[in-house]
Design a protein. Structure first.
Length: 605
């Protein structure tokens, strides 16, 4: 029983070590590795070499598959170069298995010792993450030693011999078991290394070991297919083509597996070395041969996996790459791109709102309200994506960026809800009653709308570039917009005092629209606050300091009188408009809402 536990713990340590190395390398060099892959697509040979290099570093062809399939899903790479990268990834993981089978037992304690020191002392730095990689490599080497030590006494147990003896002779069964173990361990590298260790201990025969290796290669392709199931058709084609290549290679070599032990024994007398040499030779020959067939395979995958339209018509996120979650800086960049898509949808809703106000287009109103569902869907997707980003591994700058993205997505989602409500009110209060704004009132709304769209675009630019001058300009626009909303409230009440029938009929709706536009503008301008705060350019308070003696200064007295006069004028105009409203209505419109009372809160927000 203890021997079995030692074996299981060794296997678990091997899997955990490969996971630590993969995540550590991706966190430190994730953006660089993605850049290498994206720049190596000019021809199939460069793409092949890029796949070998990246997989050799992360020690996982599955991690490379996730990155490349995400590129394909976003349209950043053509299918044929992506398949070439995947072939290179298979060779890269085979070469890493060959390196790890060397006698490196003396290196394990050094890697773990210095790795722990760097990781604990500099956890949030690049050196700390490299220490994490060092720990993972040390654990892999140590795990291989534990597996060898655990399997040695197992070879003498009669039950173990019967168990592994059942694998001998059935090629398909052995291959399927190898595929299953690669999927369970989430690493074909771990499966191959364990197989080599079992073969060196005499637990399994060389023929069984080779079948397990072939199955492990097939299992890695099946695992990549499962992990990319949530992507669109373009992303799934990459791993699907790679799986077909592996399946064809498996079918071609299995009929000759009886002759393979003689070949690998000629290459090396040691069973472990023979197994790994076969793994390298098999992948090298298969991938080099299939490199010439990437274009036909790409056409086949496009034919078999056609892009299907979304059944519900809801916009899906494009940039939230699951494989980038282990690379926080890249994940934040992806979330930023998706947030900008939310901004584009909100701008479409704003333009739709103006069109509905101008033309009373019910179909456009329906489409504008539907866009709010897209905004809500992207908001949920970005929010859930960011919650999966490890906050512990974020630098101070990335942590602030994380907060800024969340804040903007919340504001954009809120803006979408406000616009949807505005469209609904226009339908209920204007279109259904066949009313229209006065020419001056409509011009005011159009003027505020144009400035609102400009401020939205400027706010998204500040969010993306964090430019201080643009942030200062945005804050100036916010104050200007607030003054404009107040001024248009006064001019609207002046029209009410002038007995303008159109203004009286649409008074409530008009004031609601310009007030909601001010709220939208405040949401769009909120991106300036983090930039100004970082630059120390924010005022602590907009309240004027009160004099120590408790009395108003002359300047404050001078400014108080005009304000009181404005309030008195506003109340008087509202009273006049209220008194004039009933006599100005047609009989068939008597059920419509009248003008706002003097105490209506909108003009004085």
């Amino acid at each position: 029983m203890l021997t079995l536990l030692n074996l299981l713990s060794g296997v678990a340590m091997l899997i955990w070590g490969t996971h630590i190395v993969r995540t550590g390398v991706l966190r430190v060099y994730g953006a660089d590795l993605r850049r290498i892959l994206s720049h190596s697509i000019s021809n199939r040979f460069l793409a092949f070499a890029g796949g070998v290099l990246v997989t050799g570093l992360v020690q996982s062809s599955n991690a490379t598959a996730l990155i490349v399939s995400s590129f394909g899903a976003q349209g950043l790479i053509a299918l044929a170069p992506a398949l070439s990268i995947m072939l290179g990834a298979d060779v890269g993981t085979a070469l890493m298995a060959r390196i790890l089978t060397f006698d490196l037992h003396w290196l394990s304690p050094l890697l773990i010792f210095f790795g722990v020191i760097f990781f604990l002392s500099r956890k949030q730095t690049r050196a700390g993450q490299l220490g994490r990689v060092s720990i993972g490599l040390g654990l892999i080497i140590l795990a291989l030693q534990l597996i060898v030590g655990a399997t040695t006494p197992m070879t003498e147990a009669a039950g173990v011999k019967v168990l592994f003896g059942s694998l001998t002779g059935d090629v398909m069964l052995d291959t399927l078991i190898g595929a299953l173990f690669a999927m369970v361990s989430y690493s074909s590298l771990a499966a191959v290394l364990l197989t080599a260790t079992l073969a060196s201990s005499g637990v399994i025969s060389l023929k069984v070991a080779l079948c397990l290796v072939i199955g492990a290669n097939l299992g890695s392709g099946m695992l990549a297919m499962l992990t990319s199931a949530g992507q669109n058709a373009a992303g799934r084609r990459v791993v699907f083509g790679s799986l077909i290549f592996k399946l064809i290679g498996c079918l071609l070599v299995l009929p000759f597996v009886d002759y393979a032990p003689r070949l690998v024994s000629w290459l090396s007398d040691a069973p472990a070395q023979a197994v790994v040499n076969f793994h390298v030779l098999y992948n090298l020959v298969r991938c080099v041969v299939f490199l010439a067939f990437t274009e036909p395979m790409a056409r086949l995958c496009v034919r078999l996996l056609a892009e299907k339209p979304e059944a519900d018509g809801v916009t899906r996120p494009r940039h939230l790459d699951e494989s980038a979650l282990e690379m926080p800086s890249v994940a934040l960049a992806n979330a930023t791109r998706e947030t900008l898509r939310m901004g584009d949808l909100v701008e479409q809703m704003l333009n739709g709102l103006l069109e509905v106000i101008r033309s009373n287009d019910v179909a456009r109103a329906r489409e504008t309200r539907r866009l709010d569902d897209d905004v809500d869907h992207l908001y949920t997707a970005v929010k859930m994506y960011l919650t999966r980003v490890s906050r512990e591994n974020l630098s101070e700058q990335d942590s602030r960026r994380w907060t800024d993205i969340i804040s903007l997505t919340i504001n954009l989602e809120h803006a979408g809800d406000i616009i949807e409500r505005m469209v609904t009110e226009v339908e209920e209060k204007k279109i259904s009653h066949k009313l229209s704004f006065s020419e001056a009132g409509l011009q005011e709304i159009c003027d505020m709308h144009a400035r609102l769209v400009t401020n939205l675009q400027l706010g998204l630019s500040v969010f993306l570039n964090t430019d201080l001058k643009s942030a200062q300009r945005l804050m100036a626009e916010k104050e200007s917009f607030r003054d404009l909303e107040r001024a248009y409230s006064y001019t609207h009440l002046n029209r009410l005092a002038g007995q303008s029938v159109q203004s009286i009929e649409t008074s409530s709706l008009h004031l609601d629209i310009i007030s909601d536009m001010k709220r939208l503008n405040s949401l769009f301008c909120s991106t300036a606050y983090p930039v100004l705060d970082d630059a120390g350019a924010l005022r602590k308070s907009r309240m004027r300091d009160k004099p120590k003696d408790g009395k108003d200064t002359k300047e404050m007295k001078d400014t108080k009188a005009p304000k009181e006069a404005k309030v008195s004028k506003l109340a008087a105009l509202a009273d006049v408009a209220t008194a004039a409203a009933p006599s100005s209505r047609d009989d068939n419109e008597s059920s419509h809402d009248g003008p706002e009372p003097a105490g209506h809160p909108h003009p004085v927000r």
